[in-house]
Design a protein around this ligand. Structure first.
Ligand SMILES: Nc1ncnc2c1ncn2[C@@H]1O[C@H](COP(=O)(O)OP(=O)(O)OP(=O)(O)O)[C@@H](O)[C@H]1O
Ligand SMILES: [Mg+2]
Length: 224
């Protein structure tokens, strides 16, 4: 499913802080789109808007045939659960749930059988190299390990859209490369739409399209 954004305005703090002005962009199915830009420029905010976690002041966000920006809170939540996997910059793992339960939670909310979810969650955790940590709680894990749990969680419902906010920010070079391979493979082989925020020049090697957030909009290229 393509993500099409048109005429997007977004402000914070009672419109005092302008983040986006008339932003237009398309992120294509099967492609890895990388978002660059200085800290505080609005990269995470843009992913939140696409995911329907936040709403624009004005403008249209369409994912596949669905105009997400026309939906109410409940509609966006349901749409996100079914179609979007989000790897948060700050992980957002639930401290009282085990690694396995964290990964399975969104699958459970979607009403899938427990056994299916457990199997899929264990498989995904094995893929990110955490097969021996299933029953640990998140606070026992390093930052990079938590990041890999967050990635596994984002993939549990086999989403058509993957939004990843600096997914390799806490990983060493080798683990980072493995995670980038895993995540970009989803776009290529499984024909998903991947939008990835990164500061890592290495990640550009995996990009099909590169955009930079600047001047309240999204411009093609790496901003140089
Ligand atoms: N809920 C909010 N209320 C008020 N201001 C906010 C809110 N969320 C974000 N901002 C502001 O919007 C701007 C963009 O934030 P955002 O987190 O999108 O930046 P970013 O490009 O992801 O930065 P970084 O690279 O540091 O993660 C920042 O100035 C931030 O303080
Ligand atoms: Mg951010």
């Amino acid at each position: 499913m393509d993500i099409c954004i048109a005429g997007l305005d977004k402000t914070f703090d009672n419109r005092d802080r302008v983040i986006f002005k008339d932003l237009t962009a398309t992120f294509r199915t099967g492609k890895t789109s990388v978002l660059l830009g200085k800290s505080g420029v609005g990269k995470s905010s843009l992913l939140n808007l696409v995911a329907g976690i936040d709403t624009p002041d004005r403008g249209r966000i369409q994912i596949g045939d669905t105009v997400v920006s026309d939906m109410d809170d409940a509609g966006r939540t349901l749409f996100r659960r079914r179609h979007i996997g989000f790897v948060f910059q700050s992980f957002n793992l639930i401290p009282v749930l085990t690694v396995l339960e964290n990964v399975g939670l969104v699958g459970q909310l979607d009403g899938r059988p427990d056994r299916d979810i457990k199997e899929k969650a264990a498989f995904l955790l094995e893929t990110v190299g955490l097969a021996d940590r299933l029953l640990d709680f998140p606070d026992r894990l390093s930052g990079g390990e938590q990041q890999r749990v967050a990635l596994a969680r984002a993939l549990i419902n086999d989403p058509e859209i993957i939004l990843a906010d600096e997914p390799t920010g806490n990983l060493d070079g080798k683990t980072g490369t493995a995670v980038l391979e895993l995540i970009t493979d989803q776009a290529k082989r499984l024909h998903k739409t991947l939008v990835m925020v990164t500061h890592s020049p290495d990640a550009l090697a995996w990009a099909d399209e590169v955009f930079t957030v600047e001047n309240y909009a999204l411009v093609p290229g790496n901003g140089i």
